[in-house]
Structure formats: structure tokens, C-alpha cells
Design a protein around this ligand. Structure first.
Ligand code: NAD
Length: 347
């Protein structure tokens, strides 16, 4: 698979089958030219090892691109544990996982991702130092979500500036899909900036909080992407921007935190053709990894972190400008930039 498909430039892939604990996992290191490969660990009941491998390869390459464009001294990696997060977790499983991480001697730094909690990573960190995003410890940087939300807010400002020529968000309507960890903090920023909020979530309690605190208007989940608004901010699931949904979108700007928002790369071109400005997901949602990166250097300085997160405004501004000048979709420009940076780092 690695030979034949688009993933042939991965540096290192470890397939784990630990008989004692039943741990089945994959660690994929895409590139370490910029620094140790960093990226979270996902736990998911994949239906086959091939699906798990595909996910690990795709996500680790995405991390190389994200870290390179954010200018971080990190490469790209990702790990996946094959299992059900609700039923298959145990201390022994995470300790076994940690020992495999440790055996890579710092080539890969892990953290929590979908299906994994900070508590799980605390167990992993009992057997290896190569864990980030913890709540406790000398350089622990805690929940990355507020930093991700800050970056998304600056990204929305950059997109609004580019599309509408405006420096503020006063009176603009932003539709936020998903008001979880990132969505909540994003709504807080947008409300403070004078934006009107339309929100959707499957979690009624989360909706009530943003309705009460930020005057948000609740919209059904199946209508949020097609609602009349200035900015659509996907902060829940991946692949919400696809051939069908794009036909119904009324926003002229899409800028949100969710990973893998485009169902396929071609959907970036579809958005361009529909005159919708798309902020590439891995550029706008880099605030969290910027914060985690500061932890991995062992010199955590929140002012430095904030400076880098604010710079997402400029990074996106130049991607939008280059996309206009070259007549290409913004996701294509972001990928080109990321590949150039990774290749330059390889020397
Ligand atoms: P979260 O799980 O806290 O929030 C997601 C929210 O989406 C939840 O409230 C959930 O109920 C809601 N949701 C689920 N299905 C939905 C649907 N069909 N319609 C509307 N809402 C739905 O996750 P998060 O940490 O806030 O992350 C949000 C997105 O941003 C994810 O795609 C994540 O991968 C991405 N992301 C997060 C971070 C971070 O720092 N947390 C960093 C980078 C990217």
C-alpha cells in the first residue's frame, strides 16, 4: 500500500500487535526534517487494519503540512489504536502503547486526539517522556482548544478582510457548526467582536450555554451549512464540504476549526468556482499545535504562543492573495506551500 499509493514518502511506519495486552496500533512518522514528528493518537474501532493504516498515513502527512505551514520545529506523525474507546481501554493497554512510543527514542511525540483523553495520555506518560498536551508537569500546556479557537477567530478576521474588505465583524452573521471545546471559545470571541451567532450541535446542553452566554440563535443541525450567513464556521465534523453541500451554502466565507473539512481535494475547486473563500483547515486550526509545540521545546512562554497564533491572520492573508494571483483554490496553494517547506527542510 505504501509503495503504490500517494503515501510513499513516509519515513517510518510501525505496526503494533502486542499479544499480552491485545493492543493493535499503528504509529506513522511522515517526516522529521523540521523536527520530531508530532501528532495526536486516535482510538477508533476501524473495521480493518487497512482502514487504520490509511488513516494513520493520511493524518500523519497532514500533520507535516500543518506543522510546516505554522513554522513549528516539528515534523508530522500520528498514531491510531484499533479499538472501541468506550469498551477497550485499560491501563495496561496504554502502558504498552507508551513503551512502543518510547522505543522510538523521541522520533514521535504523541498527544490526545479523537477517542483519547488527557487521562489516557497521563497513563502513557508514566512510561515515556514523549507525550504532550498534558494538564500536569513542568511544561504542561493543558487544553489546546482555547488556542485553536483564538487562531480560528484571527483566521475569520483575515477571510472577512479579504472577501468583504472589512476590518471588524460587527453585525456580521457567523454560523458555527459544533459548539464543543473549540466552538464555545470561538463563539465567545465572535460575540465580543459584535458578530451575530447562529449555532447547531447535537448536544443540547452545549447549545444552551452559547445561547445563554452569547445570544446565539439555535438552528437545526441539518440546516446549519445552508443557512443565510456571512461566514460558515465548521467546528464539528470532517467532510462537511462536499459536492452536494457546496451547492446549498450561502456564506461567502468558510473558516472553521474542523479537520478535513473538504470531502475531497476537488471540493476546494468547487468552492472557488462558487466564489466562496475557504480558509484551509490545517492552516486556520493550528493554534492548538502551536501551543503544544511550545510545551515540547521545554520553554513554554504564553506570549510567544499568542504571537504565533495571531500570525495565522497573516499566513491566511498571503494564501488568499496567492490563490487570487495564481487563479487556484486556496487548499491547493496551502498544500503547495506545505510541500515546498517540507522539501526545503529536507535539504
Ligand atoms: P468537541 O468534540 O469538543 O466538539 C465538537 C462538537 O460538535 C460537539 O459539541 C459535538 O456534539 C458536535 N457535533 C457532533 N456532531 C454534530 C453534528 N452533526 N452537527 C453539529 N454538531 C455536531 O471537539 P473540539 O475539540 O471542539 O474540535 C472540533 C473540531 O476541531 C474537530 O474536528 C477537531 O478535530 C478540530 N480541531 C480541534 C482542535 C482542538 O484544539 N480541540 C485542534 C485542531 C482541530
Amino acid at each position: 500500500m505504501i509503495e503504490k499509493n500517494q503515501f510513499k514518502d513516509h519515513e517510518h511506519v510501525v505496526m503494533i500487535n502486542d499479544r499480552k495486552t491485545g493492543l493493535k496500533a499503528i504509529i506513522a512518522v511522515h517526516d522529521t526534517s523540521c523536527g520530531p514528528a508530532a501528532g495526536g493518537c486516535r482510538m477508533f474501532p476501524y473495521t480493518s487494519q487497512m482502514d487504520a493504516l490509511n488513516d494513520a498515513l493520511r493524518l500523519s502527512r497532514g500533520m507535516s503540512y500543518k506543522n510546516a505551514v505554522a513554522g513549528l520545529p516539528l515534523g508530522g506523525g500520528k498514531s491510531v489504536i484499533i479499538g472501541n474507546p468506550a469498551t477497550d481501554k485499560s491501563d495496561e493497554l496504554f502502558k504498552a502503547f507508551g513503551k512502543f512510543i518510547d522505543s522510538l527514542n523521541g522520533l514521535y511525540i504523541t498527544a490526545e486526539d479523537v477517542g483519547i483523553t488527557v487521562e489516557d495520555m497521563e497513563i502513557v506518560s508514566s512510561v515515556t517522556d514523549h507525550v504532550a498536551g498534558l494538564d500536569n508537569g513542568e511544561h504542561a500546556s493543558g487544553d489546546p482548544s482555547p488556542f485553536t479557537a483564538d487562531g480560528v477567530f484571527h483566521g475569520i478576521r483575515a477571510a472577512v478582510k479579504h472577501k468583504y474588505g472589512r476590518d471588524d465583524l460587527k453585525g456580521m452573521t457567523v454560523a458555527v457548526q459544533g459548539v464543543g471545546h473549540v466552538g464555545y471559545y470561538l463563539c465567545k470571541h465572535l460575540h465580543a467582536a459584535g458578530a451575530k451567532l447562529l449555532v447547531a450541535d447535537v448536544n443540547q446542553a452545549a447549545l444552551k450555554v452559547v445561547k445563554d452566554e452569547f445570544d446565539a440563535v439555535i438552528v437545526p443541525t441539518d440546516e446549519i451549512t445552508s443557512v443565510q450567513c456571512d461566514v460558515l464556521s465548521p467546528c464539528a465534523l470532517g467532510a462537511t464540504l462536499n459536492e452536494l453541500s457546496i451547492l446549498t451554502i450561502k456564506a461567502s466565507v468558510i473558516a472553521g476549526a474542523a479537520n478535513n473539512q473538504l470531502a475531497t481535494d476537488e471540493d476546494g475547486k468547487r468552492l472557488k468556482d462558487a466564489d466562496i473563500l475557504y480558509a484551509p483547515d490545517y492552516v486556520i486550526n493550528a493554534g492548538g499545535i502551536i501551543n503544544v509545540s511550545a510545551e515540547t521545546t521545554g520553554r513554554y512562554d504564553v506570549n510567544e504562543v499568542n504571537k504565533k497564533v495571531n500570525n495565522i491572520y497573516n499566513s491566511l492573508g498571503s494564501i488568499f492573495k496567492n490563490a487570487d494571483e495564481q487563479g487556484l483554490a486556496t487548499n491547493v496553494i496551502a498544500d503547495k506551500l506545505a510541500i515546498e517547506l517540507v522539501i526545503a527542510a529536507r535539504g
